[in-house]
Ligand binder design. Structure first.
Ligand SMILES: [Mg+2]
Length: 276
């Protein structure tokens, strides 16, 4: 045979898969960071906000385990406990983490500014709305209720405890595609505020958009962001954009409010036969 033929999807985007904390609600992705700090403080091994944020986006037990593997935390743990942290230490901390996180989720459930307008724009653009998260099922029950009370109800929602592995594995995105009944995966775009969010979307064969300002990369509440001197804000924003872009994000913007105009741009690329 001298010729072969390839099939390519030329249709528009059909669904957007949104992360939760730092993407649709909880500007700065504050809720998990604050609780991780509390969990380690209880162990006599205080950690900084920066250390608490490093593994953000992962399943919360994985997140705790990854914090214990940070060199400085591991050394501090050995000083406090006489031996390195074990799997059963991680299990115990995760058990303590769950009720602490649940008790404060509702305090961090306000939507990111512009979220509802962006959701309405996605609907007008013909997109279904799915979601993924590193939170567990019982945490999501609370957040789904809080979000609905504020006007946000996604068509599908999959959390890390419903799949064999959380991010960066693609399973939560693939489960969303099944639940929404949409394919191929290049007709879906993932939006999130962490590097594991971007990797999850890329591993699922999707377009990806990173959010540099509203989430974990900036890591400060809305009022603090708005009060930041402009040169400092610009430097931190540039740093966040670079990190998300280097993870492979197709686009990086400030927040979900900036995502709707990208839908048309991705649709043009799909129409030309481009794939993520
Ligand atoms: Mg997030």
């Amino acid at each position: 045979m001298s010729f072969c033929y390839t099939r390519s999807y030329r249709g528009p985007l059909r669904a957007v898969i949104l992360d939760w904390a730092g993407t649709t609600l909880d500007f700065g992705c504050m809720a998990p960071a604050v609780v991780f700090m509390g969990v380690f403080r209880q162990q006599g091994v205080p950690i900084t906000m920066e250390q608490a944020r490093i593994p953000m986006g992962a399943h919360k037990r994985t997140h705790i385990q990854q914090i214990t593997q940070l060199d400085e935390v591991r050394q501090a743990w050995i000083r406090a406990h006489g031996s390195p942290p074990t799997e059963s230490d991680v299990d115990r901390m995760f058990r303590e983490f769950v009720p602490m996180q649940i008790s404060c989720l509702a305090d961090y459930a306000d939507l990111v500014p512009g979220c509802l307008d962006a959701l309405a724009a996605f609907r007008r653009q013909g997109l279904l709305i799915g979601s993924t998260t590193g939170y567990t099922g019982e945490m999501m029950e609370i957040l789904l209720k809080e979000a609905a009370a504020r006007g946000y109800a996604p068509d599908a929602s999959v959390c890390s405890t419903q799949v064999p592995q959380g991010r960066p594995a693609p399973w939560m995105c693939l489960q969303n595609a099944m639940d929404l009944g949409v394919y191929p995966m290049e007709a879906l775009v993932k939006v999130g505020d962490t590097i594991p969010d971007i990797l999850e979307g890329l591993n699922a064969g999707m377009w990806t958009v990173g959010l540099a300002v509203s989430g974990n990369e900036m890591g400060i509440p809305l009022e603090e962001w708005q009060a930041l001197p402009s040169d400092m804000a610009e430097a931190r924003r540039a740093h966040a954009i670079e990190r998300l872009a280097m993870a492979g994000a197709h686009y990086v913007v400030d927040s979900i409010a900036d995502v709707p105009p990208l839908v048309g741009r991705i649709n043009e690329r799909l129409a030309r036969g481009e794939r993520p």
